[in-house]
Design a protein around this ligand. Sequence first.
Ligand code: MG
Length: 368
Amino acid sequence: MKIASISVYQVNLPLEHPYWLSGGRLKFEVLDATFVKLETDAGITGWGEGTPWGHTYVPAHGPGIRAGIETMAPFVLGLDPRRVLEVERAMDLALPGHLYAKSPIDMACWDIAGQAAGLPIADLMGGGSRTPKPIASSVGAKTLEETRAVIERYRARGYIAHSVKIGGDVTRDIARIRDVESLRNPEDIVLYDVNRGWTRSQALQVMQATQDLHVTFEQPCETLDDIAALSGKHAAPVSVDEALVTLQDAARIARDGLAEVFGIKLNRVGGLTKAARMRDIALAHGIDMFIMATGGSVLADTEALHLAATVPDANIRAVWACQDMITVDVAAGRGPRNMNGHLHLPEAPGLGVHPDEAALGAPVMVYK
Ligand code: MG
């Protein structure tokens, strides 16, 4: 089987509400999505998606995905998409780095490999837990009252996992954490996500002031060096998200004990093939995982769900449904959708959901 053509589509995915991160430093209103269709000489078609969360969140650039595919396409055409490692090496040779540009092609190859094998991607990868995965909410509110109201709205829809966005104001952060913890249900999975918003000193102030609560903080500061500098000075579990990009990052975090949780976002780390190695490093070091899309449609959420299904249930904390935050649905209600705050693995071979081509418009580029 050979990859015969690569069609590239660009779609704007508007967010239902403007979204602020990192104590109001970063605002997001629309996501620049790239969809990729790989056609093979065997008649099997695979789909991939690469949707960074804007271009200010991490070093990933929507137009950069399309430019990267232009560079990599001649190296990928003609390869057998079922040999995902060969495709991965070809992309890494053609374009070192730029992991986010590679994830849609990697995803489409796994989709084809699953269809060819007659298996959902998760089963093909050797996993395949059917336990519904809790979807993490995204609580971007500012005041105590707003935070309570947003969490209540999510709870009413079945959510048990909450990612409460903090950072920016130490006193307010401490007050919000204490308030959320006072209302926490026993089954709740709560993460306080700083999105790099604190300096080292701010991080220590909040982490020390809330030490009795034993809550988990995600990406408290900008870099792994910052997070390393905090270790030993607080007792809080840490999740690393934005600073977990390469396998070397994962190895360092595990070896140096910088985090108890990995936040693996598929587009950022370069797709399923590379993320699966991070999963294994995590499991080998007793590190739990949040696995999710960086952003995007039901396709991106489904890709993350497949990887999450290859992790033992005890080691996966939550997934995400970015699809619920955007106003465009490229797959008309098909694929895994939010059911009482959970996503269920699709049983169809491959990814299990393809977009409506009419919803994508004409391809912006076709490589043959
Ligand atoms: Mg995060």
